[in-house]
Design a protein around this ligand. Structure first.
Ligand SMILES: [Cu+2]
Length: 71
C-alpha cells in the first residue's frame, strides 16, 4: 500500500531529510520518498498507519500537511 502526503513548507534538502526521518520512525512504514519540488512524500506501508499519525509526524517536524491520499 502506498500513500501520498502533500506537504507545504519544505525549502531545501535539509527539510527533505527531516521529513524522511520523521516518517521512517512510524511503525508500519517500510519506505519513504520525498519530493521537494513536488511538495509531497510517498510512503510505502506494510501495515496500515493511521493518516492522523502520518500528519502528526510531519507537523511535529515543522511542516504542514495539506492532504493524504492512497495511491
Ligand atoms: Cu530546508
Amino acid at each position: 500500500m502506498k500513500k501520498q502526503i502533500n506537504i507545504e513548507g519544505m525549502s531545501c534538502g535539509h527539510c527533505v531529510k527531516h521529513v524522511e526521518e520523521a516518517l521512517k520512525e512510524i511503525a508500519g512504514i517500510s519506505g519513504v520518498t520525498v519530493s521537494l519540488e513536488g511538495r509531497y512524500a510517498i510512503v510505502e506501508l506494510n501495515a496500515d498507519a493511521d493518516d492522523s499519525k502520518l500528519k502528526e509526524a510531519v507537523e511535529e517536524a515543522g511542516y504542514d500537511v495539506t492532504g493524504i491520499e492512497s495511491i
